[in-house]
Design a protein around this ligand. Sequence first.
Ligand code: PLP
Length: 292
Amino acid sequence: MSRIAYVNGRYVPHSQATVHVEDRGLQFADGVYEVVALWRGLPVDLGPHLDRLETGLAYLRIPMPMSRRALALVLRETVRRNGIRTGIVYLQINRGVAPRLHTWGDDLSPSVIVTARRMASLARPTIEEGVKVISVPDIRWKRRDIKTVGLLANVLAKQQAHEAGCPEVYQVDDDGMVTEAGSSNAWMVDADGRLITRPLGHEILPGITRQRLIVLARAAGMEVVERPFSLDEAKRARESFFSSTTNFVMPVVQVDDAVIGNGRPGSVSGALRALYMDYLKDLPADAWTAAT
Ligand code: PLP
């Protein structure tokens, strides 16, 4: 099946899916995006993703280009046209097209781009090996809670990790505290088995997976503490892992040169991943419409 993308009101072959050269998303990273996981054809936590999208648009003062319901229909139709059951759907909304000038007028129509792709790796029930991460200074702007397409610091950090043979980074602020990973939220498990993750604020993205995991963990009687933790503490942790739409719960077995625990994925992260996989099994059949 050939890939289809949605661009500004039209479903087009992926190879012909283009935006204007003066789209502000291209010239200023003036836009926001969401990545929603698809599980057996259903979107995972679409409602919270649309909430976060609306928060970001409001902060940037970009109007919602269409209703939540219409947006969900476009996402669903793109997924359908690509025949995807396990994968991701990507949505980007840019401020619009205008002659290049930092300031903007009030006559712009936001650009809307939707793509979808298969991702078989999502279906892995357990993670046998765990991964290594390196730490890097967090050099991003001060509104990391807004999911803008301005991802250059994350891109450079993740490329550095990639060249060091690691899939992720832990970003560290000026006080030596871990903010988050390059495209996921960072967690650790302390000596008492408590789950620790940084509280929400301007310093990190409010991950949808992070939030879902907090709810699932607490419902299962696991203790979750939202507090900052240092890179040093992460290196001495019993376990560490990161969470995101495309990784769910990914155990970290080494941070820089420090081996975490016994160097194998830990039981707490394993239990949390199992809770999340169970949650996916029970997604409501009306997940496309309930969110709107
Ligand atoms: N933090 C950053 C910087 C991210 O880019 C992402 C996802 O792309 C996350 C955290 C995890 O967020 P979510 O669970 O909504 O995928």
